[in-house]
Design a protein around this ligand. Sequence first.
Ligand code: ADE
Length: 242
Amino acid sequence: MRLDVVSIFPEYLAPLDLSLIGKARRDGLLGLHVHDLRDFTHDRHRTVDDTPYGGGAGMVMKPEPWGEALDHIAGQGDSRPTLIVPGPGGTPFTQAMARELAQQDWLVFACGRYEGIDERVYEHARSAYDVRVVSLGDYVLNGGEVAVLAIVEAVARLLPGVIGNAASLVEESHEDGLLEYPVYTKPAQWDGRAVPDVLLSGDHGRIARWRHEQRLTRTAARRPDLLHASATLRGDDLPGEL
Ligand code: ADE
């Protein structure tokens, strides 16, 4: 998979050199290109923002450097990339979207700052890209860079060969609409607290049933919205109380 990221803070993407994502890059599973938006400006101050038409607070990112940067990147390959613009006004990012993006062979990320990017850039980009505005959640970050780190990590770990043990992907929170069960390791007693007996029983059927109950209880307590969504999908009657 090829990834391009455009930002005025290219150093923000340095963590993509670390851990499993860094290894995937060194193994050739991921090609990452980080671009400095200011390299596509032509004035002495390398200006990327200006005041908003119509007034209002803050600054808006100018269309010219974005247009040039996106044209330059799209011209580097022969397939049609997906352009992801992180922003609080986007479609919520989910595990299902991560799975969908993991099927693409080229993702380009445009990191906005300030009050956002001039709207005409989105229209312009649609001629060369499938454009998606994606939100990490209902809160406001200072720019798209942190969102890109999260999205790239969620997507890249789904690529074949990136995670050593593919089985560990199957039982995760959000893979089937429920949160994960609690996990324990040695010692069996710590701080006056015991590991639940069932996990030491060696009875795999009982363990599986216990884990499933834990997932339901946890999802009901922390994310009742998920429980309702997955029960509705399966056509289940929901228990009155969990
Ligand atoms: N940029 C600013 N806020 C954001 C959010 N919530 N999600 C994604 N990108 C953002």
